[in-house]
Design a protein around this ligand. Structure first.
Ligand SMILES: Cc1cc2nc3c(=O)[nH]c(=O)nc-3n(C[C@H](O)[C@H](O)[C@H](O)COP(=O)(O)OP(=O)(O)OC[C@H]3O[C@@H](n4cnc5c(N)ncnc54)[C@H](O)[C@@H]3O)c2cc1C
Length: 457
């Protein structure tokens, strides 16, 4: 890309164009995962939808590799590329609440914490994830698993309409009524089909909830996993609790005697009648006395951001994922084996329950295929020091390989590294062929390929 090309783009662009000589460049090219170190030729930080159209058209006309950046949280760093153009949406953060219809319109570069803040003022929430720093764009387009999944479904199950800039530069709207094939593919198919500049979500009355983490000793892990597996299968849908292994952070909120001890933690979110909360949690607390119990009334945005400080941007992250229909006793024993070998204090394994409302959508209704799965597993090796990467990666791979035979066969696209075509196909199973057809229609030259890529049929 030469200066004349950049001048040409500048003439039709209102936002910032950031080149390698710009003082902002090293900050602008950074993504959340510190393991990713890519150097794009140009970062086009869009000020509006016209800029997105200009950026996409420029990449197509000049035959440039194109990455689209939402919140920049993706594990394999799919919001940035080496040597090409990054269309950066981080300035597109507009959020508009329609109280009467309980809908929320969100621009393509917003973060979930920003949406939670805006909706909470009106006693509403959109189902998203378990942390506030992720981007609305990437999380939504991959599916969206979070605290409200059992009660209200995945994020895509609450998506009503999108505006999308296509590979040919056209801006179209997609919904159940308009461009329905595109709308189907966008709900789980990731960034393969275009740049979403605006999302319209259904919101739900969620204000203060009853939730937070409860810790048990690691040696209770197998028993706790069995209890949780059975409890969450039949629990009312307004209660969610995801299971994790954790190393207690050495910070004052935790008693010093527990610092750096490995433990099991279930982080809860109950959105039902507050008067019944203590009763609902009785069997959980009676199962075995918790070591630490931080569960109680809490505003939803506070619960969503509880782990933000523990996981600041810039750590090294290596991800592995799978879906499971069952959690057998044999699988539980294997989980315990790898929990004892957590390779660093930040490393963890989470099991998210996705039974309930998310299962009431058919597996052909959206591109997200694993609708019969009850649990989404994610194994992450995390540490501040890049020197530990080989150890983190080996642990995560070994752990994943040991559990994979018990899985449904594929993982959640938003929690995978860059693992190749076979794993993308396994993530979409029988929906892959239909995705490839939609891809051929809307992006036949595969302009949008810095993602968990679906090849045009
Ligand atoms: C700490 C942490 C916690 C997480 N927790 C959860 C969780 O609870 N639940 C969950 O479901 N996931 C979770 N994730 C995974 C998360 O969904 C993915 O990392 C997702 O890709 C992040 O989206 P982003 O917009 O921030 O990422 P980016 O890196 O900006 O983008 C990721 C992909 O999406 C595409 N993309 C982003 N925005 C748009 C857009 N507007 N239009 C078109 N394409 C776009 C990009 O091109 C890229 O291919 C978590 C990730 C992290 C790092």
């Amino acid at each position: 890309m030469n200066e004349t090309d950049i001048q040409e783009l500048r003439a039709r662009f209102r936002g910032e164009l950031i080149t390698p000589s710009d003082p902002l460049y090293d900050v602008a090219r950074k993504v959340y995962n510190g393991m990713i170190d890519r150097r794009p030729a140009l970062i086009a930080r869009c000020a509006d939808v016209a800029d997105v159209v200009a950026g996409v058209s420029f990449a197509r006309e000049k035959n440039l590799l194109l990455a689209v950046r939402g919140g920049g949280h993706n594990g394999p760093g799919l919001g940035v590329c080496d040597g090409g153009l990054v269309v950066d949406l981080s300035r597109l953060k507009g959020i508009r609440i329609d109280q009467k219809n309980r809908t929320v319109r969100v621009e393509g570069g917003a973060l979930w914490g920003e949406v939670d803040h805006a909706t909470h003022a009106f006693g509403l929430a959109v189902p998203s994830g378990f942390i506030s720093t992720t981007g609305v764009g990437g999380l939504t387009l991959g599916g969206g698993i979070g605290y409200l999944s059992r009660a209200h479904g995945l994020t895509i199950d609450n998506l009503l309409e999108v505006d999308v800039v296509l590979a040919d530069g056209r801006l179209v709207t997609a919904s159940a009524e308009e461009n329905a094939d595109l709308f189907w593919a966008l709900r789980g198919g990731g960034g393969n089909f275009g740049v979403v500049t605006s999302f319209l979500f259904r919101a739900h009355p969620v204000g203060a909830v009853y939730g937070g983490p409860i810790f048990w000793p690691l040696d209770k892990g197998a028993e706790l996993l069995r209890f949780w597996r059975d409890f969450i299968q039949t629990a009312p849908e307004d209660i969610n609790g995801w299971f994790g292994f954790a190393t207690v952070p050495p910070v004052p909120m935790f008693p010093a005697e527990h610092h750096l001890k490995k433990m099991c933690v279930i982080t809860w979110c109950y959105t039902g009648d507050p008067a019944k909360a203590e009763e609902v949690f009785k069997p959980i607390r009676q199962f075995s006395p918790p070591t630490m119990d931080f569960c109680g009334p809490i505003p939803f945005p506070v619960l969503q951001s509880l782990f933000d400080g523990l996981y600041p941007a810039g750590l090294q992250w290596y991800w592995k994922a799978d879906f499971f229909q069952e959690l057998s006793d044999k699988a539980i024993d294997l989980h315990m084996k790898y929990a004892e070998r957590l390779p660093s204090p930040h490393s963890t394994m989470h099991l998210y329950p996705i039974n309930g409302a998310a299962q009431r959508v058919g597996k052909g209704e959206t591109a997200f295929s694993y609708r019969e799965a009850r649990f989404a597993e994610v194994i992450v090796g995390v540490d501040p020091d890049p020197a530990n990467n080989p150890r983190l990666m080996q642990w995560a791979r070994d752990y994943w390989l040991a559990l994979h035979p018990f899985s449904s066969g594929g993982g959640y696209v938003n929690m995978m590294m860059d693992e190749g075509e076979d794993n993308v196909k396994a993530a979409y199973r029988d929906n892959y062929a239909r995705l490839a057809e939609v891809k051929r229609k809307y992006d036949p030259a595969n302009l949008f390929r810095v993602n968990q890529n679906v090849k045009p049929a």
